[in-house]
Design a protein around this ligand. Structure first.
Ligand code: GLV
Ligand code: MN
Ligand code: MN
Ligand code: MN
Length: 442
C-alpha cells in the first residue's frame, strides 16, 4: 500500500468532528460520534461485512468465512441481534481455530485531541481487509473490525468505558450514572442518540469467542526512532483521581487575607506537589482539568474540583507518587483551613501483552512487509516498546491474547492537535496489520 491509497480513505473520515479552534471534538454519543458510526456502517456495508452493535454500543464489522459459506459462526447471530436487555444468550464456543481475530480501535477524542489517536486503528483495519481481499486471502477464522465507545473518557471521565463494560470491569449502574460536564448522564446521552442504556453490561460470550485482538495505534511519544512500525510490550499502570478542595466563598475586596479559606490556594499547591512527587519517584503526574465554583473574578472560590492523572513504569512507583501527594496536600489543606478529598475514578494495573503474540509479530514484521520501509534496510525484529498511554487493548488483554502495533509519530505530540504521522508510515502500518492478520487468520 502507498501513502496515496491510505490518504484516500483517511480523508473521508478526517472532516468529522474537526474543531475550528484546532484538533477534534469527537465525544461519545455526540453528533460527531454518530457521524463516525455512520461512516463505520457505510464502510462495513461497502465491503459486505456483517455489522453488529453490541450491548455496550461497541461496533463490529465481520468478515466471516463460515457465514459466507452459509454456516454462520454459532457464537454469533445475524446482524444486530445482540441482546438489548438482560444477560447475553448462552452460545456455543467455537473451536479455538475458529475464534475471531479482532482488530480496530476507537473514534472518540479528548477535547481538541489529535486526528490519529483511535481512528488510525479503524481506518487501517478496513484497508488491511481490502489488502487481504485484493490478494485473494482466504481467512480460516473471522476477521472482525471493532470500534470501541468512549475510550478516552473524554466525555464521561472513565477511560475505555466500552471495553470495560464488555469485560465486566465496571458496574453498569455506575456507568449509566456517569455525567459529562453539562450534567448529562451516560444513560441520557445514549437514549438521546437512540441507544439503549439498559442493555449495558458484561459480554463474556463475545469475549470468549475472540481468539486474538490486535490494536493498531499512533505511537504517542516519539519513541520509534527510525522504524515506522513497532510492537507494544506493556502499558504502564495508571489511573485518574478526583480531587475536591472546599473552602468558603466571600468578597474579594473586603475579606482580609488571614480570614480566608481559599481552596484555590490548596489546589495550586496540589498542582506543584503532583509534579514534585512524580519527579522524585521517576513517574508522571498531571492535573489537566479543573472546575471552580462559583468561578467569579471578584469572589473567593467555594470549591475546586480537579482531576489527577498519574502513571508509572510499575505499581510501587505509582503508589509512592500517590501517597506522597496525598499526605502533602492534606497537610497543606490543614494549614489553609480548607477541605481536601481524593477519590479514584479509574485505576488500571500494569498490562503485559501476550509475550508469544508479541514476539511472533515482532519477528514477522522484522522480516516482512514493514521492514523494507525502514531506512538502512530490514531489521531482524520490529522494535518492542512499552507505553504510558491507556488503550482498550489493555482491558481486553486480561481476557484475550492481545497485541498492539504502533505507527511512528514524528512530533511525539498526542492528545493535542499537533499529533501527526506521515501517509507513508500509515501505509506501512496497514501493511504490517495485513501481515499480522494474514498470519493469524489465513
Ligand atoms: C488514553 O488515551 C489515555 O492514555 O489517557
Ligand atoms: Mn488517547
Ligand atoms: Mn487511543
Ligand atoms: Mn488511549
Amino acid at each position: 500500500m502507498d501513502g496515496v491509497d491510505f490518504r484516500r480513505l483517511w480523508d473521508e473520515l478526517a472532516p468529522i468532528g474537526r474543531a475550528e479552534a484546532g484538533g477534534y471534538l469527537r465525544f461519545s454519543w455526540s453528533d460527531a460520534d454518530l457521524a463516525c458510526r455512520d461512516w463505520f456502517r457505510a464502510q462495513a456495508a461497502a465491503r459486505d461485512l456483517r455489522l453488529e452493535t453490541d450491548r455496550n454500543g461497541n461496533l463490529f464489522a465481520w468478515w466471516d468465512p463460515d457465514a459466507e459459506a452459509g454456516e454462520p459462526n454459532p457464537a454469533f447471530g445475524a446482524a444486530d441481534t445482540s441482546p438489548r436487555t438482560g444477560e447475553a444468550a448462552p452460545a456455543a464456543r467455537p473451536d479455538d481455530d475458529r475464534r475471531a481475530v479482532l482488530t480496530g480501535s476507537h473514534f472518540d477524542s479528548v477535547p481538541h485531541g489529535g486526528a490519529y489517536d483511535g481512528p488510525l486503528g479503524i481506518v487501517s483495519a478496513f484497508l488491511a481487509v481490502d489488502r487481504l481481499r485484493a490478494e485473494g486471502a482466504e481467512p480460516k477464522r473471522p476477521i472482525v473490525i471493532g470500534a470501541f465507545t468512549e475510550e478516552e473518557g473524554g466525555r464521561f471521565g472513565v477511560p475505555c468505558l466500552g471495553s470495560r463494560l464488555m469485560a465486566g470491569a465496571i458496574d453498569p449502574d455506575r456507568a449509566r450514572a456517569l455525567t459529562d460536564t453539562g450534567g448529562t448522564t451516560l444513560a441520557q446521552a445514549m437514549r438521546e442518540a437512540g441507544a439503549d442504556p439498559d442493555a449495558l453490561g458484561p459480554d463474556p460470550e463475545r469475549l470468549a469467542n475472540l481468539g486474538a485482538f490486535v490494536e493498531l495505534h499512533i505511537e504517542q511519544g516519539r519513541n520509534l526512532g527510525d522504524a515506522p512500525v513497532g510492537v507494544a510490550s506493556a502499558i504502564w499502570p495508571h489511573g485518574r483521581w478526583r480531587l475536591t478542595f472546599t473552602g468558603a466563598a466571600d468578597h474579594a475586596g473586603t475579606t482580609r487575607l488571614p480570614d480566608r479559606r481559599d481552596p484555590m490556594l490548596t489546589f495550586a499547591f496540589a498542582v506543584l506537589a503532583a509534579r514534585k512527587e512524580a519527579r522524585l519517584a521517576d513517574g508522571l503526574a498531571t492535573i489537566g482539568r479543573v472546575a471552580v465554583e462559583p468561578n467569579a473574578t471578584n469572589a473567593i472560590a467555594a470549591k475546586v474540583t480537579a482531576w489527577l492523572d498519574s502513571r508509572a513504569a510499575d505499581a510501587a512507583t505509582l503508589e509512592a507518587i500517590l501517597s506522597g501527594f496525598e499526605s502533602k496536600v492534606r497537610d497543606r489543606a490543614e494549614r489553609d483551613g480548607t477541605g481536601f478529598a481524593i477519590a479514584p475514578e479509574s485505576e488500571t494495573p500494569i498490562v503485559e501483552f501476550d509475550t508469544g503474540l508479541r514476539d511472533r509479530i515482532a519477528t514477522l514484521l522484522g522480516e516482512g512487509a514493514a521492514s523494507d520501509r525502514v531506512p538502512g534496510g530490514a531489521r531482524e525484529r520490529a522494535p518492542v516498546l512499552p507505553t504510558g498511554a491507556g488503550h482498550d487493548a489493555g482491558v481486553l488483554a486480561a481476557h484475550v491474547p492481545t497485541a498492539m502495533l504502533f505507527v511512528r509519530n514524528p512530533t511525539g505530540v498526542s492528545h493535542a492537535p499537533g499529533e501527526s504521522a506521515s501517509d507513508e508510515d500509515c501505509a506501512a502500518g496497514v501493511d504490517a496489520l495485513a501481515a499480522v492478520l494474514r498470519d493469524l487468520a489465513c
